[in-house]
Design a protein around this ligand. Sequence first.
Ligand code: GRF
Length: 190
Amino acid sequence: KRIAIFASGSGSNAQKLMEHFKRSNDIEISLVLTNNADAYVLQRADNFEIPTHIFDKHEFYKTDEIIDLLKNLDIDFIVLAGFLWLIPQNLIAVYPGRIINIHPSILPKFGGKGMYGDHVHHAVMAAGGTEGGITIHYVDENYDEGEYIYQARYKIDKSDNLEMVKFKGQQLEHQHYPRIVETVVKKIKK
Ligand code: GRF
């Protein structure tokens, strides 16, 4: 089966996915797409010799070019890994139950529009919480609202700063995202 990753930034999760599936016989990361021509994820994809595609708002929201590209490459499944734009309805319709995302909090807490990256960790710390976490979920047409697939938690110590909290969250993401993606993709029909 063939996976496309959408990412907007560094792509450390994309990196873990590319490493994980490099060893797989039946699942492949076949394409990396981004809205950000400067995203480091492009370099990471190049390192794995995975094709990339850069698009703009017009292409993503006003045309079927991305859908055509995904179909032409026979993509079965879409993984969002730090992708910051809302997925349009026409794309969801072509991949029902076949798009998942990872979010750096225990949803529904600290989710929704504007809640990404450091904003989430700031909010978690400002709320004085003693635990953080991650959520892997199906994607629908709203930010961070599809059905949850997996959640994991970590402890926030009083002495933790933002970097520490972020690091703990990232570790959990890297540990779980590849295996959860694998489990979900194995279940879908080609
Ligand atoms: C992760 O924290 C993920 O949960 C969120 O965006 C971040 C992406 O980080 N959706 P990276 O680009 O994979 O390093």
